[in-house]
Design a protein around this ligand. Structure first.
Ligand code: NAD
Ligand code: AHE
Ligand code: ZN
Length: 370
């Protein structure tokens, strides 16, 4: 057992508590990682809110981290002590039906236990005062030390700054990947991006990489428009400036609708608007935002009958162990401006402030330094 400072979510809707937890050594096929930095993603807040049907408490949240391998369990071959890694909430075993399908990044090798806050053997490595603490999304990066399956770690070059490339563990990769891998936006296309947080702004970068012709950035917080413009957005729409539904506004702006849209908020009404602002015959809308348990999307089936396509994207369709090193390389070459996403950095003791800043719309990403 080792001691680790961690931010524990003891119950939904309560501030995280910084305590010293016990971390058991990695079992076979597992790796102990010392977390150097972790971003705070809206999904952490979503689970803390109690809306996540897979939320189990007490748990250690955090899934956007960067760290260094501290110890490896029996049989681990692809990683060694000292390797720099990014934890993956979407594992990549390379052998399951999903991994070998060539159709999805949604490896299922550890997904069932991960969704219950457990390691693949059905137990937890974290405890506090002798009671188990659950893992989160297979990562639990709000802890100085965490344990992950070997297949849930992407090895990255030592030169890459972990306090920046941690953002590739979720938000930035998700937004870019959704545009390039899931929707496969084409050169010259028109794109509407709903929600300009870490995910939406990364989707703006993806759209710019794809050489989209028009990139329409939509947010109810106009303070987000300046960054969106810096990253390549060409037009800016605040739904609160209009009396009519936002899909109608965008359809009028674009002579019938956009070629591609992305919902990066997690609001089911906005998901509908994002679909319905797509062009008849070919427009494609990708849902990235995560909606609360029990919520459902709706539209007239006629929207799909007349050629619009509704799809979704998890971690940008990216296979982490194989593809993340390339994202890191792009960031290292300045092609993915990670600094633009980092609004605040702070220590673990201040992590509740990071959640406040997110809810107040004052941060894109806060990075916690350990
Ligand atoms: P964020 O809180 O940083 O950003 C959300 C943005 O949406 C804010 O700028 C906010 O002003 C804007 N917004 C809120 N309501 C709006 C509305 N009605 N119309 C327009 N804009 C509105 O969040 P984030 O970290 O960027 O995450 C966004 C969503 O993506 C969350 O639901 C998160 O859970 C989800 N997510 C999904 C994946 C995935 O793999 N599918 C990965 C990461 C995050
Ligand atoms: N537990 C949630 C699932 C939420 C969800 O859809 N998560 C995204 C990643 S969000 C990262 O910030 C995802 O990858 N989903 C695919 C998967 O396998 O979970 C719920 O609502 O039940
Ligand atoms: Zn996330």
């Amino acid at each position: 057992m080792i001691k680790s400072r961690a931010a524990v979510a003891f119950a939904p809707n309560q501030p995280l508590q910084i305590v010293e937890v016990d971390v058991a050594p990695p079992k076979a096929g597992e790796v102990l990682v010392r977390i150097v930095a972790s971003g705070v993603c809206h999904t952490d807040a979503y689970t803390l809110s109690g809306e996540d049907s897979e939320g189990v408490f007490p748990c250690i949240l955090g899934h956007e981290g960067g760290g260094i391998v501290e110890a490896v369990g029996e049989g681990v071959t692809s990683l060694a002590v000292g390797d720099h890694v990014i934890p993956l909430y979407t594992a990549e075993c390379r052998t399951c039906k999903f991994c070998t399908s060539g159709k999805t990044n949604l490896c299922q090798a550890v997904r069932a236990t991960q969704g219950k806050g457990l390691m693949p053997d059905g137990t937890t490595r974290f405890s506090y005062q002798g009671e188990p603490i659950y893992h989160y999304m297979g990562c639990s990066t709000f802890s100085e030390y965490t344990v992950l399956p070997e297949i849930s770690l992407a090895k990255i070059p030592q030169e890459a700054p972990l306090e920046k490339v941690c953002l590739l563990g979720c938000g930035v990769t998700t937004g870019i990947g959704a545009v390039l891998n899931t929707a496969k936006v084409t050169e010259g296309a028109s794109v509407a991006i709903f929600g300009l947080g870490g995910i939406g702004l990364a989707a703006v970068i993806g759209a710019k990489m794809a050489k989209a012709g028009r990139i329409i950035a939509v947010d109810i917080n106009p303070a987000k428009f300046a960054i969106a413009q810096e990253l390549g957005a060409t037009e800016f729409v605040n739904p609160r400036d209009y009396a009519k539904p936002i899909q109608e506004v965008i359809v009028e702006m674009t002579d019938g609708g956009v070629d591609y849209s992305f919902e990066c908020v997690g609001n089911v009404q906005l998901m509908r608007a994002a679909l319905e602002c797509c062009h008849k015959g070919w427009g494609e809308s990708t849902i990235i935002g995560v909606a609360g348990a029990g919520q459902e999307i709706s539209t007239r089936p006629f929207q799909l009958v007349t050629g619009r396509v509704w799809r979704g994207s998890a971690f940008g369709g990216v296979k982490g162990r194989t593809e993340l090193p390339n994202y890191v390389a792009k960031a290292q070459r300045g092609e993915i401006p990670l600094d633009t996403f980092i609004t605040y950095t702070m220590g673990l003791d201040d992590i509740n402030q990071a959640f406040d800043l997110m809810h107040e719309g004052k941060s894109i990403r806060t990075v916690i330094h350990f």
